[in-house]
Design a protein around this ligand. Structure first.
Ligand SMILES: Cc1cc2nc3c(=O)[nH]c(=O)nc-3n(C[C@H](O)[C@H](O)[C@H](O)COP(=O)(O)OP(=O)(O)OC[C@H]3O[C@@H](n4cnc5c(N)ncnc54)[C@H](O)[C@@H]3O)c2cc1C
Ligand SMILES: *[C@@H]1O[C@H](CO)[C@@H](O)[C@H](O)[C@H]1NC(C)=O
Ligand SMILES: *[C@@H]1O[C@H](CO)[C@@H](O)[C@H](O)[C@H]1NC(C)=O
Ligand SMILES: *[C@@H]1O[C@H](CO)[C@@H](O)[C@H](O)[C@H]1NC(C)=O
Ligand SMILES: *[C@@H]1O[C@H](CO)[C@@H](O)[C@H](O)[C@H]1NC(C)=O
Ligand SMILES: *[C@@H]1O[C@H](CO)[C@@H](O)[C@H](O)[C@H]1NC(C)=O
Ligand SMILES: *[C@@H]1O[C@H](CO)[C@@H](O)[C@H](O)[C@H]1NC(C)=O
Length: 496
């Protein structure tokens, strides 16, 4: 009897798990484990588990990054409750199956929100959001997207500290989360009050800053998908006002040149500005139209107040722009500025660096990125170099709320995102381009001591190692997953 037929027998007898180990072919072993988990789950969850058909296809191809639509999960679980997630994890854990979790689907990292020969848990049936005025708390289920959450909460005049792009989801929390509200509130994850978490074994726990799971609570503020599956986020709201309360000022400025002046203005902002009411995103984009490089530099300045103070934003306002759309805005308007970011169908790639606000570092980073873009332009629709200032006020706000595991040093810096959208027809990143990207990371290294940003990294970057609390992160991981089930069965951040 061949190995294949032994393996086939195991499909028919899912309880004889140990026979799986007789199959020396590892992908065959994974397939059997996943089959066992899926068979079990179909028994318990019925139509909430799909392994083919329209619902399966739509979910399997839902990921934002094209690379992540090419995996074929053995089955997809659509939980409605935390108990369903527990059932799923018990089956996955018992069968030793690979698995993945998908919330808002916007991970750029290949393999982080889907799985081949494994169980995919997708949160499209868990999208509730509510505001409790008595507790002054927002509760979010993991399947909601930021635009939906902000729209639902706007009538109450509150907003979560969430993403800047509407189509993105709550996975953003677990990598930290950079919001328009971050300079005054901290990372999105700093606003956590209570998290319901399904551990790898299927156990459901509620973690807070002060209960017996306070270590887990902290690890989830930057630990990504490694520490369990969050089924409920209770977070502190920000009283941003309703739609008609135009208490912010700002918008979009578009430039088509003056890179040097813009880079210096951005570096200065990062170096000098520490006003929790001021927020900025500066995005340098090279578009490739036909074979022509078309530069488009976008700056989004916002201020919580009636105008953009010139001592903070004056440099940007005086650089000649192609267009400038600035005015009084509600927070609802601010949150809608960047749109949904939902265009699918292309390979997307992120990479991260982190820089202190030094002119030369910014100019150098641009130069390397620009040259890289030009040399490999045949691959790209766009390349982007984006700077998000993380001011000291943000770091202090996070510490005041109990601290996160990213734990950046005091003093401001910029999270630097290096981002490429590949051309239609390219279904994977060519090896020579990935090599050039890796060289680019060496050319734009993070300033000493600064953390890389998990939500904007390359899957192979050592993000956890760059965290201020890396040792604590590792210890907490060993405590909650001593068998290392998650790192053996789910793709995600390295370093544990
Ligand atoms: C267009 C665009 C705009 C962006 N803008 C911002 C921004 O303004 N600020 C910012 O900080 N980041 C931003 N990001 C990055 C974003 O934070 C990450 O892509 C984030 O991972 C997306 O979360 P998601 O829920 O949409 O994605 P998913 O791919 O569904 O999830 C991301 C990761 O988290 C894991 N995960 C999700 N939910 C859970 C859960 N409940 N329990 C355990 N693990 C879970 C997934 O397994 C996956 O590894 C942006 C990304 C894109 C593509
Ligand atoms: C392992 O099994 C898979 C699926 O049956 C097959 O495609 C692959 O070629 C096998 N690999 C080896 C090394 O035998
Ligand atoms: C979510 O909302 C639905 C519809 O309003 C409701 O039936 C369900 O009980 C809610 N779930 C939770 C966990 O609140
Ligand atoms: C508008 O929002 C600001 C800032 O949150 C707040 O101080 C003010 O009271 C709000 N005004 C109204 C009319 O809601
Ligand atoms: C920038 O845009 C202006 C029009 O607003 C145009 O005159 C100029 O040629 C453009 N410059 C570049 C480098 O594209
Ligand atoms: C980028 O390319 C230009 C033109 O080829 C070259 O002069 C410059 O030194 C390059 N910059 C870097 C940082 O490699
Ligand atoms: C290419 O980039 C342009 C500008 O950002 C965008 O409008 C267009 O949709 C992109 N096309 C692809 C194939 O990504």
């Amino acid at each position: 009897m061949s190995f294949t037929s032994i393996c086939f027998l195991v499909f028919l007898a899912p309880t004889v798990l140990s026979i799986g180990t007789l199959c020396s072919n590892r992908s065959e072993t994974s397939r059997i484990a996943a089959w066992n988990a899926c068979n079990e789950l179909e028994l318990f969850l019925g139509p909430l588990v799909q392994s083919s058909g329209a619902m399966y296809e739509a979910a399997a191809t839902n990921a934002w990054n094209l690379q992540n639509t090419e995996y074929k999960p053995t089955c997809i679980v659509f939980p409605r409750t935390a108990a369903h997630v527990q059932t799923a994890m018990v089956a996955i854990y018992t069968a030793e199956s690979h698995y993945a979790v998908q919330a808002g689907s916007h991970s750029a990292m290949k393999g982080w929100n889907t799985v081949q020969d494994g169980v995919l848990i997708i949160f499209s049936n868990m999208k509730n959001v509510s505001y409790d005025a008595v507790k002054d708390s927002i509760v979010l289920e993991p399947g909601i997207h930021w635009e939906e959450a902000i729209t639902a909460l706007e009538p109450y005049g509150v907003a979560p500290v969430g993403g800047r792009v509407g189509g993105v989801g709550t996975g953003l929390f677990l990598g930290g989360g950079l919001s328009w509200l971050s300079p005054s509130q901290g990372y999105a994850a700093d606003t956590f009050r209570e998290l319901d978490v399904v551990l790898v074994t299927g156990e459901l726990v509620t973690a807070t800053a002060t209960n017996e799971y306070s270590d887990l609570f902290r690890a989830l503020k930057g630990g990504g998908n490694r520490f369990g599956i969050v089924t409920r986020y209770e977070v502190e709201p920000v009283h941003t006002g309703t739609k008609d309360n135009k208490s912010f000022f700002g918008g979009t400025i578009i430039y088509n040149s003056s890179a040097e002046a813009l880079l210096k203005a951005t570096a200065r902002f990062v170096r000098d500005v520490d006003d929790p009411k001021a927020v900025l995103l500066a995005s340098f984009i090279n578009m490739f139209v036909e074979d022509e490089l078309v530069p488009i530099y976008l700056v989004w300045p916002f201020y919580s107040g009636p105008e953009l103070p010139t001592n903070i934003f004056g440099d940007f306002l005086s650089i000649p722009a192609v267009s400038s759309q600035l005015g009084p805005l509600s927070y609802f308007d601010v949150a809608g500025t960047l749109g949904l970011g939902d265009d699918r169908g292309y390979v997307q790639h992120f990479g991260a660096s982190a820089l202190v606000g030094d002119d030369d570092l910014f100019l150098d980073a641009f130069d390397h990125w620009n040259n890289f873009s030009v040399v490999y332009k045949d691959n790209f629709n766009t390349t982007t170099l984006a700077f998000t200032p993380v001011p000291d006020s943000q770091i202090q706000a996070g510490r005041a709320k109990g601290g996160n595991i990213i734990s950046p040093p005091r003093g401001g810096f910029a999270a630097v995102q290096i981002y490429e959208t590949f051309r239609a027809g390219i279904n994977d990143i060519p090896q020579n381009v990935q090599q050039a990207i890796d060289v680019l990371f060496e050319q734009i290294p993070p300033s000493p001591g600064l953390p890389l940003y998990l939500n904007e990294c390359d899957s192979q970057q050592e993000v956890f190692q760059s965290y201020g609390e890396y040792e604590l992160l590792k210890n907490t991981y060993s405590k909650y997953d001593p068998g290392r089930f998650n790192v053996r069965h789910t793709q995600g951040p390295l370093g544990l």
